[in-house]
Design a protein around this ligand. Structure first.
Ligand code: GLN
Length: 187
C-alpha cells in the first residue's frame, strides 16, 4: 500500500483523496514540506491556478515540489495542476513550473457551458475514460518528450512526461478510477 499525498491548499483535493482510498491507498493532505516528505506520490488537484501560485509562495512549497518531481515519484496533475505543471501558459500568460513540455490556454474548453462530461476517444492509451471538464485548460502544443495518454475529439487531454501525468479534465469527479490507477496502481 502506498502513502500518497494530495496538495490541499485550495480546490478539489478531497475527491482525489476519496478516489485514491477507493484504490486501496493511504492518503495524506499535503500543506507543508514535512507533509510532502512523507508521501510516495502526489496529486496536484483542480482549483484556481492563480490562487495556487500565491499559496505555494506563501507556504514556501515551490522548492519542495520541484524536488519531489525531480525525485521521480509519480505525480498526477489535473486541470489547475496541469496549468501549474506546463512549460507555457497563455490566455492569460502566467508563471508555471515547466514539468511537462506543453503549452496550455486557460479556460479554453467549454467556453459556452463552462462544464461538461464525456468520454475520451476509444483509441486513447488509458482507455475511453470518463472525463468532466470544468473551465478547463486546452493543450495547444505538445513537445517531443511528451506522451499523449488520452485524446478528446482528436485533441490531447491527458499527457505524460517522465513521472508527471497531467490532464485537462477531472477524473476524480467521475466514478471511473482508471486514470488514478494508471498513475499510482492499486494499494
Ligand atoms: N480555470 C482554472 C484556472 O485557470 C482551472 C479550473 C480547474 O482546475 N477546474 O486555474
Amino acid at each position: 500500500m502506498a502513502r500518497l499525498g494530495v496538495l490541499a491548499l485550495q480546490g478539489g483535493y478531497d475527491a482525489h483523496a476519496r478516489t485514491l482510498r477507493g484504490l486501496g491507498h493511504t492518503v495524506d493532505e499535503v500543506r507543508t514540506a514535512d507533509d510532502l516528505a512523507r508521501v510516495d506520490g502526489l496529486v496536484l488537484p483542480g482549483g484556481e491556478s492563480t490562487t495556487h501560485l500565491i499559496l505555494i509562495d506563501r507556504f514556501a512549497l515551490e522548492a519542495p515540489l520541484r524536488a519531489f518531481v525531480a525525485s521521480g515519484k509519480p505525480v498526477l496533475a489535473t486541470c489547475c495542476g496541469l496549468i501549474l505543471s506546463a512549460a507555457e501558459v497563455v490566455s492569460p500568460a502566467q508563471r508555471s513550473f515547466g514539468w511537462v513540455d506543453v503549452t496550455v490556454a486557460r479556460n479554453a474548453w467549454g467556453r459556452q457551458v463552462h462544464s461538461f462530461e464525456d468520454t475520451a476517444d476509444p483509441e486513447s492509451p488509458v482507455g475511453p475514460v470518463s472525463m468532466l471538464f470544468i473551465r478547463a485548460p486546452r493543450i495547444t502544443r505538445v513537445g517531443p518528450a511528451v506522451e499523449v495518454r488520452a485524446t478528446y475529439r482528436g485533441e490531447p487531454v491527458l499527457v505524460r512526461q517522465g513521472n508527471v501525468t497531467a490532464g485537462a479534465f477531472h477524473p476524480e469527479l467521475t466514478a471511473d478510477a482508471r486514470v488514478h490507477e494508471a498513475v499510482f496502481g492499486r494499494g
